[in-house]
Design a protein around this ligand. Structure first.
Ligand SMILES: [Zn+2]
Length: 353
């Protein structure tokens, strides 16, 4: 859930940086290696609130830049623990790229900037992340999550304008072919640039940061079966339950929307392009604002957050068009003015008040 767009780049074949000592030590343990890596991550300075304290005294638009060495070290552990072969390096972004980053942050509505003041430890740039975006929590001395930091892959972000990125992303659940195409439009032609793409990707990750400590959904470091039965999460409760026997989250719509479980983004697709129309028909009968929202409780909230801020607060376009042999077969828009998403909208309005 913390990763967006794992398949964006082919493996980078340049000189790999030295592995952090913990990765090499844990690798010697064979099967126990993953547990060793997870332990090293929990004890890592980048996970502690103390490490991020200095950053948090800065204004929100100055909490960004090339990733600090400790964070790069932490990402190596995370990649090794989760089977990503990439070895991230601190990025050296161009002046133009940094101008787009600052512009993307400057574009954020004031309600959004206010919501992040206390819990937001910045946006840090690496190359070769193994994904486009990544968010993780940091914890206080009692191991309670208190806030989050965001990592973006500058090399991936450098390649896309907004509509090209959104179209690429929304096609990843479907095997291409059969004359079917899907186009996503999140900007008009004047705004269809890299700065808008960065802003949109950043808003999704900010949604993950906002979810920390607000009881909108269960913690993402818990197994579904570990979520206490009595726990209540007002946002999550509108769409999700736990299937305890199978240790997975289920949506409340799964009887009518059976295809949902096989919707996967950024990895090998499980659906065919001919399934696009029935899947978007089924989605329209749910309270998920976008298809990616239907994949997990965490991404439900992050996608709800980005589509709400983008379309309602920033009045930007958001539309999916499915065509068969060039002829429009279906148009899907997000749901913030429809009754199906009214209860979720009220929660977002409260969070951004
Ligand atoms: Zn996400």
């Amino acid at each position: 859930m913390r990763r967006l767009a794992a398949a964006a780049l082919a493996a980078w074949a340049g000189c790999a940086p030295a592995q952090p000592a913990a990765v090499a030590e844990c690798a010697k343990l064979g099967k126990e290696g993953r547990e060793c890596l997870l332990r090293a991550m929990r004890a890592h300075p980048a996970k502690s609130a103390a490490f991020w304290e200095a950053v948090q005294s800065r204004p929100i638009d100055e909490r960004l830049g090339p990733a600090p060495a400790e964070l790069v070290d932490y990402l190596h552990l995370d990649n090794a623990a989760n089977g990503f072969p990439e070895k991230p390096r601190a990025s050296r972004p161009s002046a133009e790229f940094m101008a787009d980053m600052r512009g993307a942050i400057a574009d954020l509505p004031s309600a959004v900037r206010r919501a992040f003041d206390a819990t937001f430890a910045g946006v840090w740039l690496v190359d070769d992340l193994g994904g486009t975006g990544y968010t993780d929590t940091y914890v206080d001395a009692k191991n309670r999550p208190v806030g989050g930091f965001i990592v973006l892959d500058a090399a991936v972000l450098g390649k896309f304008t907004a509509n090209a990125w959104a179209t690429w992303k929304e096609n990843t659940p479907f095997k291409p072919g059969g004359g079917w195409t899907l186009e996503a439009r999140i900007e008009d032609s004047a705004g269809d640039n890299r700065r808008s793409a960065i802003r949109y990707i950043l808003l999704h990750e900010l949604g993950h940061v906002l979810a920390i400590n607000r009881d909108v959904h269960p913690r993402w470091d818990l197994q579904p079966s570990e979520v206490p039965e009595s726990a209540r999460f007002p946002f999550y409760d509108l769409s999700w339950t736990v299937n305890r026997r199978e240790n997975r989250y289920a949506s409340k719509y799964d009887d009518a929307f059976r295809e949902r479980r096989w919707v996967v983004y950024y990895r090998a697709p499980k659906h065919f392009s001919r399934d696009m129309v029935p899947i978007y028909d089924a989605l329209k009968a749910t309270n998920f604002p976008a298809l990616y929202a239907a994949t997990s409780p965490g991404d439900d909230f992050a996608e709800s957050f980005v589509t709400y801020v983008h379309t309602v607060l920033m009045k930007r376009p958001w539309e999916i068009t499915i065509r068969k042999d060039g002829k429009v077969a279906k148009t899907y828009r997000t749901c913030w003015d429809e009754p199906r998403c009214a209860a979720k909208r009220r929660i977002l309005e409260d969070l951004l008040r």
